[in-house]
Design a protein around this ligand. Structure first.
Ligand SMILES: [Zn+2]
Length: 142
């Protein structure tokens, strides 16, 4: 046995005694297996309900990948900022940077994540602005 702390959920064992359909986070129902021996069934069930079904998880990952690919590249985003762009960066107590960028009537804001430098925040703002303002062929308000 690797450890005897008893903190980790042990794998259920024995026969599957029931297979009720349980709604997952995405709303789809999936079979949840009840094992004869399962000390942590309630916890496993809660975890099962909090997660999306396998199909939806795969779709979400795919969507996030596509969304990331659709974002303008760092250089492109910075290049597309028009003259007159105003930028304000604020260093916060936790060392992260929050920023606001305003150009051509579109204002975007971002909360920097800890450890992200001001340039990272600037690029994030530029990308946001490109998305919001619809520059670069993306759909936007007329
Ligand atoms: Zn689903």
């Amino acid at each position: 046995m690797p450890d005897a702390r008893g903190e980790e959920m042990t794998e259920p064992s024995g026969k599957i005694v029931a297979r009720p359909l349980v709604a997952r986070a995405c709303g789809h129902q999936q079979e949840f297996q009840h094992y004869a021996v399962d000390k942590y069934r309630a916890q496993r069930l809660a975890k099962f309900q909090r997660a999306r079904c396998a199909d939806c998880t795969a779709k979400l990952v795919e969507e996030q990948k596509r969304a990331a690919e659709a974002l303008p590249k760092k250089g492109e985003a910075l290049q597309s900022l028009p003259s007159g762009t105003q930028l304000s960066l604020t260093r916060r107590p936790d060392g992260s940077w929050a920023g606001t960028l305003a150009a051509e009537g579109t204002v975007v804001k971002t909360e920097g994540t800890a450890g992200a430098g001001p340039l990272t925040v600037l690029v994030a703002l530029a990308r946001l602005w490109v998305l919001e303002s619809g520059v670069g062929g993306a759909e936007g308000d007329p």
